[in-house]
Design a protein around this ligand. Structure first.
Ligand SMILES: [Mg+2]
Length: 131
């Protein structure tokens, strides 16, 4: 079980992710709707794990990822991407993201990525092998 912060500018996406994560036994302890809010809330709440949308107003996901990793080099961040964002995903992985999940979200894939990022073995569905 992990304490998770969900970051996405779309309330509907946050709601869907929260539902998947809580049904998987995790606690969504806070939410943020842009990168700036994500960085502030990371400092305040210190979640075990962050799901980070890529495209957001104010500050985009990859930049927020970098700022969070500067605050906490061990921060565990999973990027949430849409189709056609491969370049951003590669940039995010190079900036320390643990994994990425692709919209529309599939419950088992999301929970597998969380389990792996938290140090478990998952079920081998992850698209990114550990570095
Ligand atoms: Mg977005």
């Amino acid at each position: 079980m992990a304490r998770i912060m969900v970051v996405d500018d779309a309330a509907f996406m946050r709601m869907m992710l929260k539902d998947i994560l809580e049904k998987g036994g995790h606690h969504v302890i806070c939410e943020a709707e842009n990168g700036i809010e994500a960085v502030e809330k990371y400092k305040a709440y210190r979640p075990d794990l962050v799901t980070m949308d890529i495209t957001m107003p104010e500050m985009e996901g990859v930049e927020a990822l970098r700022e969070i990793r500067q605050i906490d080099s061990a921060a565990k961040v999973i990027m949430c991407s849409a189709m056609g964002q491969q370049r951003m995903v590669v940039e995010a992985i190079q900036s320390g993201a643990r994994d990425f999940i692709v919209k529309p979200f599939q419950g088992p894939r999301v929970l597998d990525a969380v389990a792996k990022a938290m140090g478990g073995t998952g079920t081998g569905q992850s698209a990114v092998s550990p570095v």
